[in-house]
Structures are given as structure tokens and as C-alpha cells.
Design a protein around this ligand. Structure first.
Ligand code: BGC
Length: 401
């Protein structure tokens, strides 16, 4: 791992150098769509990088509402504690102790979840990857008040990248040794890490565990009725369709408002309109954001059914197969490879796109940018950066193509 650091440093210096060049066009003169998805271009403090978003009229972000998602995850956990506190308190000390798996410090989805959960539990309001010392409290539905204590928190990253399920498993094994039955609750920034942790609990041990993403394997665990009690759906159908629709609007000749209203708030030229979840446009960040939803044993089966969006059933009349270059930061990320990308494939026959996929190694931007080439062969670009601060790097590559 250590050996890689100089290489990473060199790569990042390259990024800084190229993104400061005066080659970057401004104000819509690039002329082809550049759609970021899943990893919103951000600055080092995880706020949206508006200069990247304002690079051209056809630059957009298609994702989901990260902040509302973190709040929703926090609410789901609090609701569960209120209902089940007495049975959760494994050592009967009146305190619900929890451990927190953090996905990626430099990813605003991850920090929003960490903050949302801590705020709801009263243990803090920051995204630090160290345990918070503030003690929260929740009055349960049975009238008893329980203290809430964060025992440990850690970013789960290894040489294959962040959001690591296996690192989460190793961390959980250590925490079980250290804290034993003080651990009454496990919260994870995503499902893959939650699954890695559950695998360590031991036969018959139930520790209520909450993830994020609603991956099929996690929905199965929820339906089995063991430790996995809930997750959040980021409404992957609506999110995937957001990207496909933005591209479609461009190919249909839409401009200005038409880009983010057609297929969203009004039907597009084919008569399609996303219905599976609400998608809101944020003009300030040029982001189309799907809403999130709580998933528990009550609705896990209907989420697992994974039906196609009932509003998007018509095939475009445009018969040209449009060539798209589409990047994925990691070939092993569980949400993207288990849930998101297969969903893209399920809608392709409606949109008529010819996608060239580039999948990275999860750690080095060059594992993607080395294949972000022959750019003039494509009509549009869909980008998932390895590091969310690297949006301008892709724009420089496009500008110089
Ligand atoms: C998902 C994570 C995933 C990450 C990848 C997040 O929105 O919840 O599971 O690892 O995106 O960028």
C-alpha cells in the first residue's frame, strides 16, 4: 500500500496541473453532453464543485438527494430504536452502543449518511471517521429513555478502494473483541459493508444492522428476518433513467429547460416520463436528484421485485444508435456493479444507445482516464470519477480531444 503513495501523488499533481490550464472551455461551447453520476463533482470540503458543473450548458449531475438520504437513514434507525430498545440493549445497561462503517471520507454520499445518522442519534453532526464522544438519548415507545453511544467509527478502505466490505468485516471482528455485548446496533454507509459486518456476528447472534442501497442480496437478508433490519433505496431506476433521459433530450434536440424537464416533469418526444420516484432539479448545482425511500421487512419484497419504471415503456423513434462513453470508478463496487449498471442494461432497448464501458480499479484515476480516449468517436460522455474532486480532469481531456 505504502509503495503506491508516490504514484498517487504524481497522478494527483498531474490533475492539478492540467486542470489549471487555460484550455478549459466555458459557457457551453463544448457542444456534447457530459453527465456525471453517482459521484457528484465536489471540492475538498465535499461541497459541490460549481465551476465543474458550470463548465458547459450540457454538463449535468444525475444522482439522488444525498443529504435527504442521510436524514432518512437516521430516521429509520431512530424509529427502530424507539420500537425495540429494550430487546436491543444486550447487556441491559440502559445504553444503546453502536458502531459505524464509513464508506469514503471524500464522497458526499458517505459524509451525508454519517452526519444524518449522528444527528438523528444525537451523537454529533460531523463526518469525522473517528468515534464521537457526545452521548445521545432517545425516549423509546415504552417510556424508557436510553443513552446512545458511538463506540467506534472507521472509513473502510483497502488497496481495492473505499466502501470495502472485507475491511468492514475485519473491523467488526476487532470491535466484537473489544466491545462485546456493548454493541447493540450497527449502522453502515452502504449495504456491502453491512453484509461484511453481519458475517462476523456468530451463529444465532442478532444485532440490528442498517445499510444503504437496497442491493438484492441485502433485501434477501432483510426478508430472512435476521440482523439486517433495514436499508435505504436510492431509487436506482429513477437515477439510471435520469442519465439516460438527459442524453435522450440532447439527441431529441432539446435545449435549456427542455434538458431537465422532458421525461421528468413532462413526457419526452417518445411519450416517456419517469414515474418510479420523484426526481427534482437543483438549478444551483445542475443536479437532477431522485428521492430516497426506507426499506424494511414490510416492503423489501416489492423493492426486490425490481420492476421496470412504468412511465418508461416506449421506444424512441430516433433509430440512430448513439455512441456513449461511460465510466465506472471501480469494477468491484457492489452498488454500481450489482444494482446500478445491470439496471442501465435493462433500459437500453428503449433508448437506442451503444455504450462503451470503462471500469476503473477503484483507487487510481488513471485506471479510468487511460481508457478515456478516442473521445471524438463518441457523442456523449457519462462519468463516475474515482475521486469526486477530479471532475475538471475529464473536462480537460474532452477539451483537448
Ligand atoms: C453507494 C455506495 C457506493 C458508492 C460508489 C454510493 O451512492 O451508496 O454503495 O459504493 O455510491 O460511488
Amino acid at each position: 500500500m505504502k509503495k503506491l503513495i508516490p504514484l498517487v501523488a504524481v497522478a494527483l499533481m498531474g490533475v492539478a496541473a492540467t486542470s489549471c490550464g487555460d484550455s478549459t472551455p466555458t459557457g457551453g461551447d463544448f457542444g456534447k453532453p457530459l453527465i456525471f453520476y453517482n459521484r457528484q463533482p465536489t471540492l475538498a470540503d465535499n461541497s459541490v464543485d460549481k465551476s465543474v458543473m458550470n463548465w458547459s450548458d450540457l454538463t449535468f449531475y444525475g444522482g439522488f438527494d444525498a443529504v435527504a438520504g442521510g436524514d432518512t437513514q437516521g430516521q429509520m434507525v431512530v424509529d427502530y430504536i424507539k420500537e425495540h430498545a429494550a430487546e436491543m440493549d444486550r447487556n441491559g445497561d440502559g445504553t444503546i452502543g453502536y458502531v459505524l462503517a464509513i464508506g469514503q471520507n471524500s464522497h458526499n454520499d458517505s459524509s451525508a449518511r454519517t452526519i444524518g445518522v449522528r444527528k438523528a442519534l444525537g451523537t454529533g453532526d460531523t463526518a469525522d471517521d473517528t468515534a464521537q464522544s457526545k452521548i445521545g438519548s432517545i425516549k423509546a415507545n415504552d417510556g424508557e429513555t436510553y443513552q446512545i453511544k458511538e463506540l467506534a467509527a472507521q472509513e473502510m478502505r483497502d488497496s481495492a478502494g473505499p466502501w470495502s466490505s472485507s475491511v468492514a468485516g475485519t473491523a467488526m471482528a476487532g470491535w466484537i473483541n473489544q466491545y462485546g455485548n456493548q454493541i447493540d446496533l450497527v449502522v453502515s454507509n452502504n449495504d456491502g459493508m453491512a453484509e461484511g459486518m453481519i458475517a462476523q456476528y456468530g451463529q444465532g447472534v442478532v444485532i440490528p444492522t442498517f445499510g444503504y442501497d437496497a442491493n438484492a442480496s441485502t433485501l434477501d437478508l432483510i426478508l430472512e428476518g435476521g440482523s439486517m433490519k433495514g436499508t435505504i433505496s436510492q431509487n436506482h431506476h429513477a437515477q439510471v433513467l435520469t442519465v439516460l433521459q438527459l442524453l435522450r433530450n440532447y439527441f431529441d434536440g432539446e435545449t435549456g429547460e427542455g434538458m431537465y424537464t422532458k421525461g421528468f416533469t413532462t413526457p419526452d418526444k417518445a411519450g416517456n416520463q419517469i414515474k418510479s420516484a420523484k426526481v427534482a432539479y437543483n438549478a444551483d448545482t445542475k443536479a437532477l436528484l431522485a428521492e430516497n425511500g426506507i426499506v424494511t421487512i414490510d416492503n423489501a419484497q416489492s423493492v426486490k421485485d425490481d420492476v421496470l419504471d412504468s412511465g418508461v415503456t416506449k421506444t424512441t423513434k430516433d433509430t440512430v444508435k448513439h455512441k456513449i462513453l461511460w465510466t465506472v470508478y471501480s469494477s468491484t463496487d457492489n452498488f454500481l456493479n450489482q444494482t446500478y449498471i445491470p439496471t442501465v442494461e435493462r433500459y437500453l432497448d428503449k433508448f437506442n444507445y451503444d455504450i462503451t464501458w470503462v471500469k476503473g480499479d477503484g483507487t487510481q484515476e488513471t485506471s479510468v482516464t487511460n481508457y478515456f480516449t478516442n473521445l471524438n468517436n463518441y457523442e456523449a460522455y457519462v462519468v463516475n470519477m474515482v475521486e469526486p474532486t477530479n471532475g475538471a480532469l475529464y473536462q480537460d481531456l474532452l477539451a483537448n480531444a
